[in-house]
Design a protein around this ligand. Structure first.
Ligand code: PLP
Length: 283
């Protein structure tokens, strides 16, 4: 159960109280957008970047999202409420669905939950990853906007499905690959890797979600003597990179220990620098 729920236009909602109608298009069709934002030290991390990405996602779906001041106010009131209850690291979700069938008003709410040990443990242990095809080439989504490349929609059923499949294979997480053999991103994370002194992430032209965490790391790469680079890499070459990570706002910066059953090289020195740059706690 969400520990804090705040609805735009209604305010704080008691825990467990229903807020979605049975004809909400978010429920019926997964038609909506969302963001998950890390809250540490009582503040939402990279809030403006998340609000910008959410506005872009909503524009792609032609959902009339409230203005960013209203979304920022909603986020801040949910975090304020969280801060009265706990100092623990938390995940703030902002959700905007297309709203009730036949209505022109989106359903807009925020929730806050603690970030549990299941998310924090991999920050210390790393993860084993298996590749899984997305079934489209690295170029397809740029030519097919209806596939919603780069959009953080709430339709995550395939995402949850591939994660279950990865666990059945004995892995901790999956890595989406293109039908022409390129590594794209995790189902709920960005891919970051090291090649020499280049800190790389997947080019957004492939239709991956532009990660706020990976962007933050690449934008700060110069301060630790690395050069930021957006590019694409074949899965086989990724397995031979100098190190590789999955990054996201909830998991933080997690190193990949194995890809498809083969060990991936580690750079504990660079890992420590990336953790420091991102500010995620290892406790
Ligand atoms: N890619 C996908 C598909 C995601 O769902 C996420 C986050 O949930 C990310 C990348 C990482 O994005 P961020 O670092 O902004 O959390």
């Amino acid at each position: 159960m969400a520990e804090v729920t705040v609805m735009l236009g209604r305010g704080l909602v008691p825990p467990g109280e229903p807020i979605i109608c049975s004809d909400d298009l978010g429920v019926l069709r997964g038609d909506g957008v969302f963001e998950t934002i890390n809250v540490r030290g009582g503040k939402p991390f990279l809030l403006e970047q998340h609000l910008r990405r959410m506005a872009n996602s909503a524009a792609a779906l032609e959902i009339p999202i409230p203005r960013s001041e209203a979304m920022r106010g909603l986020a801040e009131s949910a975090v304020e409420e969280w801060n009265t209850r706990s100092e623990a690291e938390a995940a703030l979700r902002l959700i905007v669905t297309r709203g009730r069938e036949g209505s022109k008003h989106p359903t807009v709410f925020a929730t806050v939950n603690p970030v549990g040990e299941a998310w924090k443990r991999p920050r210390r242990t790393g993860v084993k990853v298996v590749s899984a095809t997305l079934g489209v080439s690295a170029a397809t989504r740029a030519e097919a906007p209806w596939l919603l490349g780069g959009v953080k929609s709430i339709s995550y059923a395939a995402t949850m499905s591939v994660l279950r499949w990865a666990k059945e294979q004995g892995a901790d997480d999956a890595l989406w690959t293109s039908s022409d053999g390129y590594a794209l991103e995790g189902p709920t994370s960005s891919l970051v890797w090291l090649e020499g002194d280049e800190l790389c992430t997947t080019s957004t032209e492939t239709g991956i979600l532009p990660g706020t965490t990976s962007r933050h790391l690449l934008d700060s790469a110069g301060s630790i003597g690395l050069r930021p680079k957006e590019k694409i890499i074949e899965v086989e070459r990724l397995a031979k990179a100098d190190a590789a990570w999955l990054t996201s706002s909830v998991r933080g910066v997690v190193f990949i220990t194995e890809l498809d059953g083969k060990p991936v090289a580690q750079r504990p020195d660079i890992h420590a620098e990336l953790v420091k740059l991102s500010g995620f706690s290892l406790d």
